[in-house]
Design a protein around this ligand. Sequence first.
Ligand code: AHR
Length: 498
Amino acid sequence: TPARIVVDDDYEIADVDPRVYGSFVEHMGRCVYDGIYAPEHGSADADGFRGDVAELVRELGPTILRYPGGNFVSGYEWEDGVGPRSERPERLDLAWRSVESNQVGTDEFLRYCRTVGADPMMAVNLGTRGISEAVALLEYCNIPGGTPASDLRRRHGTEDPYGVKVWCLGNEMDGPWQLGHKSADDYGKLAAQTAVAMKRVDPSIEVVACGTSKPIMPTFGSWEATVLEHAYPHVDHVSMHMYADPDKYADTADFLAAGVDIDEYIGSVVASVDYARAAGRHNRRLSLSFDEWNVWYNSRPRDLGNWPHAPRLIEDTYTLADAVVVGSFLNSMLRASDRVRMACLAQLVNVIAPIRTEPGAGTVWRQPTFYPFALTARHGRGTSLRPSVSCPRSTTTGHDDVPVLDVAAVRGDDGEHVVFVVNRSTETAVAAELDLRGAPAGDRTIVHTCLSGPELGATNGPDRPDAVAPATHEAVPLRQGEPTVELPPGSWSMLRVR
Ligand code: AHR
């Protein structure tokens, strides 16, 4: 059966917040050291950041970068990472059993954001530390001068404040693995008090309260309700995290249906946050910050070692199938763009990342997951539209009656329509008609960019950096009433209609 995708300009969901195309830089493994930062590399800038990596980061196009963790932030002393590098202490990073050299810290990171054209999303340590350290870091970043922390920044050579707008109030505080893990009651009070204090320093900031760290947390739902009982009036966003683990699905067909779980999870987080809104009689709606998401082979064994510096941690090699699921994550977020206003692909380089590096010249490459992210971040802008989709349905081991196509659509500010389509079938190509209602009449064409291939397990590597890469079919005529695009099995497509 041919499929039909109807995109009607009248069915607007919301403007797409560009901050949904964020990523994440954690002091973990080789994300920072030996990843974005390698002072001995021929392309390194004055701060020691690799130029060839920065170039790929710009191509990837993250709009916002979360930093410095992750689990790392819950033991981090930000003061260790500022000032003359020769005086910075080495510390034990208790989250990842590594040694932290502190050669990259707040100032270097904030300069890196400028280099790659992203805004920062800073996290404060609410694990081993509290309100006063968070306030001091905010002063360091955002106050022009005249206080100890802001004058310290000036002494370190940065006269003007950075103006960091977005602040995460800790990380995954619902998780027993988190340093300083707290009950929902204790965290809710601390998050509320920290938000109040930070907003007194700079009322223009937006703060993110920790929501659930994964869908299977036993506290999911009640965590949000209790935290928000305390914090609702003081925060702007609630975080959610999710990693899809291919090994936890029965087979590839089941894994390609992961988008169903992502939709379901977003819906449940919205419901939990809106429950708190109703119970607390609040008018303002909170938005979601999906600030860690990705595919992660999380159930595979990993060895943290005995206090190494920048070890190889969770450097997952991604397949074409993983890239297709990354496309589904993005589609789910676009369909929920009225509530998901920020999101971060975790992480940026080496650690479960779209970009991988090896020391030495020329060794940086794009994983298959790079492409759906980069292309959606570039073209998935404007207003998201609710598509109507008729297509075959299938049942996988863990998912009943799943539409074989996973579709999201936007209308760009320049009037271009862009439709993102995942074909979840591992076997069957789908021919689809695209019916663009309400769009101006005339001779329009579709530019079809497609990530597909004969092997869903195909990967890229330093010796085959382009084995998985998208192909673009220029100018397919848009013929109303008949199938015009061919969506290969196990593929991600971007259809730009001009
Ligand atoms: O991104 C890797 C880790 O996953 C982060 O440090 C933590 O927040 C999450 O559990």
